[in-house]
Design a binder for this molecule. Structure first.
Ligand code: FUB
Length: 319
């Protein structure tokens, strides 16, 4: 009997542990065999790499249970490959829980993955960074310690203000880290991408909740973020990452059946994409069983962004 149970265990878990598996999305949500959250996408060598959290809570459980991050890749935004699990909370020996929102960026042929987790010995959430030679991993802790801890930031008094890292390398090669909950923090990163360089500053944004994300188009920087709670997505624009940022209003409405919205923005094969999550995969999925969706993003002539139209159909194959 023990042998049969062991065999079943191997059959059920083998693909997730060590094999790439492929699927075609049939609309939104794009991933339907597991709950995925907090998307952050990166374009590299003609492919989109989609990094997500993994909502692993039992059905109807209220609260996040997230132990690992996932990576998917695609050449057309419809046909996806899921790669072996590239990073887990347990890969950070100093952390104890909560594989929360994250973002990956390439620098000098290495891939750096900035993640939010619960610190094991310093009260509150923290930001860690993992590194790999490949966009699909395996990734390993790049420091052996947190990059940002709750005792380093004072603009918000809550214990979860050091979450949701977003990273951007500007045209001068300067890397910047943005993060926060209720306070939006930012700081320069050293060239090694694993240390802060100088003071931590804050950006004042109307009803900032969390999920700052930076992208650039035609000389404008866009800082999209989760507004209020339940979250809409709002944004500000600036000619410089150091501001001043001008608030421009809403980009996306509250995502269906879900308190959070967590967005990522990329350009791929000449089109712009808004990637987010909702709670629409199964009835009553809700805020702790989320799923990633993709829709188009459009701009006005003055560079402002049009409100996103969330669809069930999602996006067709990118050519
Ligand atoms: O997934 C956990 C938290 O929920 C993220 O860090 C936030 O952005 C929100 O999506």
């Amino acid at each position: 009997m023990d042998k049969i149970i062991a065999l079943l265990f191997v059959i059920c878990y083998y693909p997730a542990l060590s094999q790439d598996t492929s699927f075609a999305s049939t609309g939104n949500p794009i991933i339907r065999h597991k709950f995925t959250a907090d998307p952050a996408a990166m374009v590299h060598n003609g492919k989109v790499y989609l990094y997500t959290g993994h909502d692993q809570a039992p059905p109807r459980h209220n609260g996040y249970q997230m132990h690992e991050w996932l990576v998917f890749s695609s050449s057309d935004m419809v046909n996806w490959t899921e790669h072996a699990v590239p990073l887990r909370v347990k890969d950070f020996t100093w952390a104890k829980a909560d594989a929360w929102a994250s973002q990956v960026i390439e620098r000098n042929r290495k891939f750096y993955w900035y993640v939010a987790l619960e610190h094991g010995s310093i009260e509150g959430k923290a930001i860690g960074v993992a590194v790999s030679d490949s966009p699909t991993g395996p990734f390993k802790d790049a420091r052996g310690s947190a990059l940002v801890t709750n005792d380093m930031t004072k603009a918000a008094t809550i214990r979860w203000d050091d979450i949701d890292p977003s990273v951007y390398v500007d045209e001068k090669g300067q890397a910047w880290l943005f993060w926060g909950n209720t306070a939006c923090y930012y700081a320069k990163l050293k060239d090694n991408m694993t240390e802060l360089d100088g003071e931590i500053k804050t950006i004042s944004l109307p009803k900032f909740t969390e999920a700052p994300y930076i992208h650039k188009r035609n000389g404008w920087y866009y800082l999209t973020y989760a507004y209020e709670f339940p979250e809409k997505t709002a944004y500000a624009m600036s000619r410089s990452l150091e501001g001043p940022w001008e608030y421009k209003g809403f980009l996306n409405e509250i995502a269906g059946n879900c308190n959070t919205n967590h967005q990522s923005v990329i350009e791929f094969k000449g089109k712009w994409y808004f990637i987010y999550h909702n709670g629409a995969l199964v009835p009553d999925a809700g805020s702790f069983h989320r799923s990633v969706c993709i829709d188009y993003l459009y701009y006005n002539k003055d560079g402002t962004m049009k409100r996103v139209a969330m669809t069930s159909e999602g996006v067709p194959s990118a050519r």
